[in-house]
Design a protein around this ligand. Structure first.
Ligand code: HBI
Ligand code: FE
Length: 290
């Protein structure tokens, strides 16, 4: 095992009170790619995937953004855990992205390097039946169902690549915590104001049964227009629904907001306090979902 991998395991164990990472990290290449080994999934696992898929699918109308639903429909993934290579071929034609199989969470350098090269890492393992409603680490259902559909959207696809490049830069500038918060409140838990009403584009919400309804309720959580500096200062909860959601107008806005060089922003934010997940600052106006 590479030393960087050992450091990675140690840092994860430290952050998660000694809990070890799920997944088999034994047979991977230097960039953390493994074989998906599709034939090894059991009938029970495919059945659990179908149940997860069906539950989420019926929640999507009126909640997920149109771009997500359109992407999902092109994937044909309702019946079984998908074969990544097959989806990857279709996706590559659409936006130039490919999918790579990974054992689970991977170190930031490897993760960002994949994104910067338009490769999306998808975890190979599926949660257990008793984790149907909730799982902390990303599994194949979160990664594939939550993230891959929007990679069919050209603007969003460009944005995720830009985020990968930004991650590599943030690692050198000491801005990783800030960038991770922006990622959390956009790519994972972002909302979008469509003409039909407030909709979801964040993968963490789209792959969750409970939060997909919860996040669009006017309360108790807050809804604020996306402000990059604000989200970079805002702490987040990984084991409960979010207390604040940040709303974009469209994917072009997300792309444009995240295009600038963040170097001066990281420097400024370093001097400012972080904000609790439920903050409301002077002058901020809460949006009312409808
Ligand atoms: N690895 N497989 C995987 N998936 C992630 O979403 C992921 C990761 N490693 C690092 C990481 N995310 C985060 O550190 C960044 O998105 C901030
Ligand atoms: Fe995710």
């Amino acid at each position: 095992m590479q030393d960087s991998t050992k450091d990675f395991f140690a840092s994860v164990a430290k952050k998660s009170n000694g809990a070890e990472l799920r997944g088999d990290y034994q047979y991977m290449s230097a960039d953390y790619i493994v074989e998906q080994n599709w034939d090894a999934y059991t009938g029970q696992e495919h059945a659990l995937w179908r149940k997860l898929y069906q539950r989420q699918e019926q929640l999507l109308p009126g909640r997920a953004c149109d771009e997500f639903i359109a992407g999902l429909q092109t994937m044909n993934a309702a019946q079984a855990i998908p074969d990544f290579a097959a989806t990857s071929a279709v996706l590559q034609q659409a936006t130039g992205w490919t999918l790579v199989a990974v054992p689970g969470l991977i170190p930031e350098l490897a993760f960002f390097t994949h994104l910067a090269n338009r490769r999306f890492p998808v975890t190979v393992w599926l949660r257990k039946p008793e984790e149907f409603d909730y799982i902390v680490e990303p599994d194949v259902f979160h990664d594939f169902f939550g993230h891959v559909p929007l990679l069919f959207n050209p603007i969003f696809a460009d944005h995720v690549q830009q985020y990968g490049k930004g991650g590599l830069k943030a690692m050198q500038l000491g801005g990783l915590d800030q960038l991770a918060r922006l990622y959390w409140y956009t790519i994972e838990f972002g909302l979008i104001q469509s003409e039909q009403g407030l909709r979801v584009y964040g993968a963490g919400i789209l792959s969750s049964g409970g939060e997909l309804s919860y996040c669009l309720q006017p309360s108790p959580s807050r809804h604020l227009a996306l402000n990059v500096e604000r989200t970079m200062r805002t702490l987040y909860k990984i084991d409960s629904y979010q207390e604040s959601y940040f709303v974009i107008r469209d994917f072009q806005q997300l792309f444009d907001y995240t295009a600038p060089d963040f170097t001066p922003l990281y420097q400024r934010i370093e001097q400012l306090p972080t904000l609790p997940a439920n903050s409301l600052l002077a002058g901020e106006v809460e949006l009312i979902p409808q």
